[in-house]
Design a protein around this ligand. Structure first.
Ligand code: HEM
Length: 140
């Protein structure tokens, strides 16, 4: 988890600095809106179920805990590793790039602080790159 220092010197979480529940909901909704509406993300969209509502809730819940906010998602998904949850999916370098590109756009368009967004994008690129390499190793 990334921990930030506030101006008063006390530590705060990325979840608090980016604006809490409403901000996470805003950028996660923007991410799935882009996935649904932009043809350049159609391969990524095609991997998901027709109804994205459960994913909107699950990704927002995961990222809330990951960013240092309430950990309800982790309490409801004890032992679930987000990397392993993707191990059986046919993720390619291209769908991995679509995911990180759509998320970077969603963060920018939701006015998330640029420094924090850059650190989040960095972490997402590492995770998404690992997911596509896991799939490539499995399928070779
Ligand atoms: C590498 C690119 C990625 C692709 C192609 C991808 C694709 C998917 C797909 C197809 C699902 C299942 C959707 C469904 O059942 O309809 C899913 C679920 C999920 N993904 Fe990803 N994903 C990627 C990266 C990530 C990353 C980087 C994260 C975390 C930051 C993440 C977090 C999640 C979560 C939390 C779920 C829901 C798990 C659940 O509730 O069962 N994904 N993803």
């Amino acid at each position: 988890m990334i921990v930030c220092m506030s101006e008063s010197g006390t530590s705060t979480t990325p979840y608090d600095s980016l604006g809490g529940e409403a901000a996470v909901r805003r950028f996660v909704d923007r991410f799935y809106d882009l996935m649904e509406s932009e043809p350049e993300y159609s391969a990524l969209r095609a991997m998901h179920a027709p109804d994205l509502a459960p994913m909107r809730r699950s990704l927002a819940g995961f990222l809330t805990g990951w960013l240092g906010g309430p950990r309800q998602w982790f309490e409801e998904n004890v032992g679930v590793c987000v990397m392993s949850a993707h191990a059986a999916l046919p993720i390619t370098a291209e769908t991995s790039r679509q995911w990180t590109d759509a998320m970077a756009r969603a963060l920018t368009e939701s006015n998330i602080d640029a420094d924090l967004a850059a650190r989040m994008n960095d972490a997402f690129e590492k995770m998404a790159g690992g997911m596509s390499r896991m799939a490539a190793n499995r399928d070779n």
